[in-house]
Design a protein around this ligand. Structure first.
Ligand code: SER
Length: 614
């Protein structure tokens, strides 16, 4: 029996702890006060300031397992290894050890701890590009490592050089699109060779070419990436060496587990066992049948992502996070329809959600007993509603005896189910549509939705603009001002900043009257005019609690925390107007904020309110 995901988590933790690393809690899937990305997409996201040189309260050797969501990959799900939701196992050196220790330890973890066969491990390194030099040092280190295993690692075979498209990492991708101000650097990936038999299974696009690590045919699968964060992008083509040379390692837990099973299908690991089993039960179809696999994988992935997203506090809506959640749920229902050829009830879908909660119970802050009823009611409401639309749309199609491309496409838009279904259903009735016109409508739509989602779904449009900093500090003032006016029942539920505005969600026992909204605004502007200093201290959590610093209840905090104080000097922290756990960054004085206007105030749920401010 191969290792379980629980054992893998323990092994990872013990391994890095015994090499002096401290665990840092994962951040929530919906990053707070970070306008750069909709969802947390990598483990390093919370460490950006630290990679740029700011000391981390827990020291300079860190590790964790971070839940991530890459909604931009939604169309790729269906093969054996792509998922939107995954967990990233990460370790970091902040200016401490560098390439040699990282690569040696990582290889030791894979081969000695997990027992992976070193002969099946292949690596890539950065070939250099423009004025960014090739990573020859890593090549030498890898050769030495393989030598210890009596493997003659030849460059071009076991160690392969790739350009910046493949072997450079930043939140925005290669050097050209690396956000200015972001840490970045060359990386070295480790691939697991699942064997010849997986070579052309699913992705025949490569069948005429020589197989290589990055050809993505399914034979070699990347199981880890060591990024050597040694630069900061200053401007186009301008990369400054950082004083600290950092390591940022990330490896997908699901894929590492798949390598331990020596089976490239992540959906066959114990992480997905219960989820696939219940999907089989509901659909009456077997996962062992090749043609069922893509749909079952999409359902398993999307439902898991949906549960993670609901756990992070998101509700279905037509915007941003809520829209992604809605899309995940609807897509699951449509795929289930295709798989079964009949409708699936909301109640059946909640069984899948239960299997997911069961699998993750006690992991990543998920508590099945405590949250099952909420998760289930969100999913069942949404599925109930969409189920009706889908049903109506299907009837509509059945009634049609002629159809043009535009009409078929409108069906998609009115009833929200994808064109491929419309197409299939029409075919069943012997109706055909002009494929080219249909395609054109479809592409038009896809381009539109791609371009509108590009900015939103891609991580890495780093924006630590002055405006963002201002809104961030203003958020702290707003939080405190709400306490001043409404008392201590106020609890932050979420916050979000764009360069145009800030948004703040909170729970309170009573609703603000118009008068009180004015009052909150006046308090904030009073604090801005008072030109209060903004500063932080790193403190033991117990001390921060004693000072009454506000924390965000959905976040877990390490033993040492960073607290921002507004309106006090170091010796009088307890007297500060606002004290709040926060990673920063902020303006250094409230006068930098300028005037703040509360532009909108509304109720978003039972005792839940939302404020927008500009
Ligand atoms: N930041 C890198 C990645 O996401 C390594 O952690 O792949």
């Amino acid at each position: 029996m191969a290792i379980t995901h629980i054992e893998l988590r323990h092994k990872f933790a013990t391994f890095w702890e015994s090499r002096g690393h401290k665990e840092v809690p994962a951040i929530t899937l919906v990053p707070q006060n970070d306008p750069t990305t909709l969802f947390t997409g990598s483990g390093m996201q919370q460490f950006v300031p630290n990679l740029l040189g700011e000391p981390h309260p827990q020291g300079n050797r860190l590790y964790n397992i971070q839940p991530c969501l890459r909604a931009q990959d939604i169309e790729e799900v269906g093969d054996n290894r792509h998922t939107t939701a995954f967990e990233m196992m990460g370790n970091w050196s902040l200016g401490d050890y560098f390439k040699k220790d990282q690569l040696n330890w990582l290889f030791e973890f894979f081969t000695k701890e997990l027992g992976l066969d070193p002969h099946k491990l292949y690596v890539s390194v950065f070939a250099g590009e423009g004025n960014l030099p090739a990573d020859d040092a890593s090549i030498e280190i890898w050769k030495e490592i393989y030598k210890k295993y009596n493997i003659d690692a030849k460059v071009g075979e076991r160690i392969v050089k790739y350009d910046a498209k493949k072997n450079w990492w930043s939140r925005g991708g290669p050097p050209d699109t690396t956000p200015v101000g972001d840490p970045c650097g060359p990386d070295s990936e480790v691939f697991y060779d699942f064997g010849e038999e997986y070579k052309f299974h699913e992705n025949s696009a490569w069948k005429d070419e020589a197989c290589h690590m990055n050809c993505d045919c399914g034979r070699y699968i990347e199981i880890g990436n060591s990024v050597f964060m040694q630069y900061r992008k200053e401007g186009q083509g301008n990369f400054k060496e950082l004083e600290n040379k950092n390591v940022d390692f990330g490896g997908g837990l699901e894929r590492i587990l798949a390598a331990c099973y020596d089976n490239p299908d992540v959906f066959m690991t114990d992480l997905y066992q219960k989820i696939i089993a219940i999907t089989e039960k509901i659909s009456g179809k077997s996962y062992s049948e090749e043609s069922n696999k893509p749909m079952m994988r999409i359902i398993a992935d999307h439902m898991k992502a949906a549960v993670f997203v609901i756990h992070a506090g998101v509700l279905p809506s037509n915007k941003e996070h809520g829209y992604v959640l809605r899309r995940l749920l609807r897509r699951s229902m449509v795929k289930m329809y295709t798989l079964r050829g009949q409708m699936t009830t909301a109640a059946e879908f909640t069984k899948i959600a239960e299997a997911i909660l069961e699998t993750y119970d006690g992991i990543q802050g998920i508590d099945k007993a405590a949250e099952a009823s909420h998760v289930i009611s969100v999913i069942s409401n949404e599925m109930e509603r969409f189920g009706k639309s889908l049903d109506r749309g299907l009837k509509e199609i059945k009634k049609m005896d002629t159809v043009d491309a535009k009409a078929a496409f409108d069906l998609y838009q009115s009833y929200g189910f994808p064109v491929e279904i419309t197409e299939e259903l029409l075919q069943e009735k012997g109706l055909s549509i002009n494929k080219e016109e249909f395609r054109a409508e479809f592409d038009k739509h896809r381009d539109l939705s791609r371009s509108s989602s590009a900015g939103k779904f891609k991580g890495g449009l780093a924006d630590s603009s002055d405006q963002t900093l201002k809104y961030h500090t203003a958020t702290h003032l707003l939080h405190q001002a709400l306490h001043d006016v409404l008392g201590d029942s106020v609890r932050q539920e979420g916050s979000n900043i764009t360069p145009e505005r800030l948004r703040f969600d909170f729970f309170a026992e009573t609703k603000l009257s118009d008068e009180q909204v004015k009052q909150v605004e006046q308090i904030i502007n009073g604090k801005i005019e008072a030109a209060l200093p903004v500063a932080f201290e790193v403190l033991p959590k117990a001390d921060a609690e004693k000072l009454g610093a506000r924390s965000f209840f959905k976040e877990k905090y390490p033993d040492m925390v960073k607290v921002y104080f507004i309106g006090s000097d170091k010796d009088h922290m307890a007297d500060a107007y606002s004290k709040e756990y926060c990673g920063g960054p902020h303006v250094s004085n409230t006068k930098d904020i300028g005037k703040l206007t509360l532009s909108k105030y509304k109720t978003i749920g039972a005792n839940m309110y939302r404020i927008y401010a500009e």
